[in-house]
Write a protein that binds this ligand. Structure first.
Ligand code: TYM
Length: 351
């Protein structure tokens, strides 16, 4: 059966990019898939080990999942560090993946900066832990924003190398399954995961610079709309968003070379759950001074219920904590079965 896994780091404020690029897609996939959604607290200690309020941030992401409409009874919501299999399988993958694969990751290069020798070893191995997150549940589909594409390719490479290196052992342990690898079907253990990166908001850009991704770490708060912003803040940020002086085009082609216009139209389309072409058919020829108030109204209409519900859940976090505990137990059972298979495949002695 198709199984979805995705994760969100509990560092910094969730913004519109996280919501449109990831969380809202998590919600939609619940209809058709078994879903596991994880607050990846172990990933968030790779850049900086000590955070002011990691527990609070973990609860806050969980609140966003629930407020957005994820059903933790039907599906699984938990925080990564509760399930020891993530770290265990990541270790095995550290021995499958090559240092060169990790060195090529653009996110590592960006986050490590100039002084790469001084980055944590955990930051280098970050994608190996991410592959472990996904493959611990043998997930087949992973909804993410465009910035995670390279990490998901690496996850596929790790699964393929594991299946290939251990093909005899997988057969001997009797735990193989048919795995689609390109055109052929082989007997393997880990699926070759499909990334789900679709729609008008896979890469939401900064409101201040159409060439930069909207990000939790941008020092300017005006660059992003946070999920917890109130109506005034949302309207002000959209009003101040950078644009060019021209009127909006009537067709999608007309957005080429106009990154700020493209970004705002993409955000509007994603919020309205319509295509960019439909939005331009409506607003083509009009000025940003007309478009921006309409966009602000739509953003407030869509985001206010989510932030309101988040606040309500966070005011008494017992429910959140209970969800994470229950989700951790259910995820842990799946993870334990995988770890037993993996130990049998690679020949680690166990009871
Ligand atoms: P993170 O926490 O940085 O972001 C969470 C999700 O939000 C997406 N996203 C965006 N989408 C569109 N536009 C943007 N500007 C934007 N910024 C962020 C991200 O692509 C992501 O889907 N490594 C991951 C977390 C992770 C994970 C996993 C994801 C750990 N293990 C396993 C999937 C499967 C990360 O740092 O996401």
């Amino acid at each position: 059966t198709p199984r979805v896994f995705s994760g969100v780091q509990p560092t910094g404020n969730l913004h519109l990019g996280n919501y449109l690029g990831a969380i809202r897609k998590f919600v939609a996939l619940q209809e058709s898939h078994d879903c596991i959604y994880c607050v990846v607290d172990l990933h968030s200690i790779t850049v900086q080990l000590v955070h002011d309020d990691l527990r609070g941030q973990t609860r806050s992401i969980t609140a966003a999942f629930l407020a957005a409409g994820i059903d933790p009874k039907q599906h699984i919501v938990f925080n990564q560090s509760r399930v020891p299999g993530h770290a265990e399988l990541a270790w095995v993958f550290n021995c499958v993946a090559r240092i060169g694969w990790m060195n090529r990751m653009t996110q590592f290069k960006e986050k490590a900066g100039k002084d790469r020798e001084n980055a944590s070893l955990g930051l280098l191995a970050y994608p190996s832990l991410m592959a472990a997150d996904i493959l611990l549940y043998r997930a087949t589909h992973v909804p993410v924003g465009d910035d995670q594409k390279q990490h998901l390719e690496l996850t596929r490479d790790i699964a393929a190398k594991f299946n290939n290196d251990f093909s005899d052992k997988i057969a001997a342990a009797g735990v193989g399954q048919p795995i689609q690898m390109g055109d052929e079907t082989v007997n393997g253990y880990f699926p070759i995961t499909e990334p789900l990166i679709e729609g008008p908001a896979t890469r939401v850009m900064s409101l201040k610079d159409g060439s930069k991704k909207m990000s939790k770490s941008d020092p300017s708060d005006l660059s992003r709309i946070n999920l917890t912003d109130d109506a005034d803040a949302i309207s002000r940020k959209i009003r101040k968003a950078r644009t060019d002086p021209d009127a909006l085009p009537s067709e999608v082609d007309g957005l080429t070379g106009r990154p700020e216009a493209d970004n705002l139209i993409g955000i509007y389309a994603a919020l309205a759950e319509r295509s960019k072409a439909e939005i331009l058919a409506e607003f083509g020829g009009r000025q940003f001074s007309e478009f921006k108030p309409a966009m602000a109204e739509l953003a407030v209409e869509k985001l206010a219920p989510v932030s309101g519900e988040m606040r309500r859940l966070l005011a008494a976090p017992d429910h959140i904590d209970a969800v994470l505990k229950d989700g951790g137990e259910r995820a842990g059972a799946i993870a334990a079965a995988t770890m037993n298979d993996v130990k049998d495949i690679i020949g680690l002695l166990r009871d």
